[in-house]
Design a protein around this ligand. Structure first.
Ligand code: MG
Length: 163
């Protein structure tokens, strides 16, 4: 297979509703905010979208197949566990992540002050140069459920090179 034929792209998308009394965790980093995200695990929508993008590129289904939300084992689990498992799969297949780009969509909180820390810690965890892991954020200009502050969404894209 030529080098170009070894390239695979994957996409991931995740949404969680905001809920009072939960911690807001994105990219494994705790973010000071009045609400957190509702979910079975820690509801880390950034990691969930990134994982789905990586799994898509590898052709390994989706996060719900591997970590079903009805499974008691994952109740309150840190999504970093899911990311580490996914990273292990990449290595097991002899593949490598070439780049991941994500966009966090939320009216609040303001994400940009937190992005450098999230980016640095995730790049380290995935053994990637920081230039290969990009994260950005946007609002929806007060439109829709995101604009009304009902939840947060993340879209991710990942490029991998297969063995
Ligand atoms: Mg999710």
């Amino acid at each position: 297979m030529s080098e170009i034929e070894k390239l695979r792209i994957g996409t991931g998308f995740d949404v969680h509703a905001f809920e009072e009394g939960r911690e807001l965790i994105l990219g494994g980093v705790k973010i000071a905010f009045e609400k957190g995200l509702a979910g079975h695990s820690d509801a880390d929508a950034l990691l969930h979208a990134m994982i789905d993008a990586i799994l898509g590129a590898l052709g390994l289904g989706d996060i719900g197949t591997h970590f079903p939300s009805h499974d008691e084992r994952w109740k309150g689990a840190s999504s970093l566990e899911f990311l580490d498992w996914t990273h292990h799969k990449v290595k097991e297949m002899g593949a490598s992540i070439l780049s991941i780009d994500s966009v966090i969509m939320a009216q609040a909180p303001r994400m940009s002050p937190h992005i450098p820390q999230i980016r640095q810690s995730l790049a380290k965890r995935l053994e990637l140069e920081e230039s290969r892991l990009h994260i950005k954020s946007t609002t929806t200009d007060y439109l829709g459920f995101l604009g009304r502050g009902e939840g947060l969404a993340v879209q991710s894209t990942c490029l991998v090179r297969l063995a």
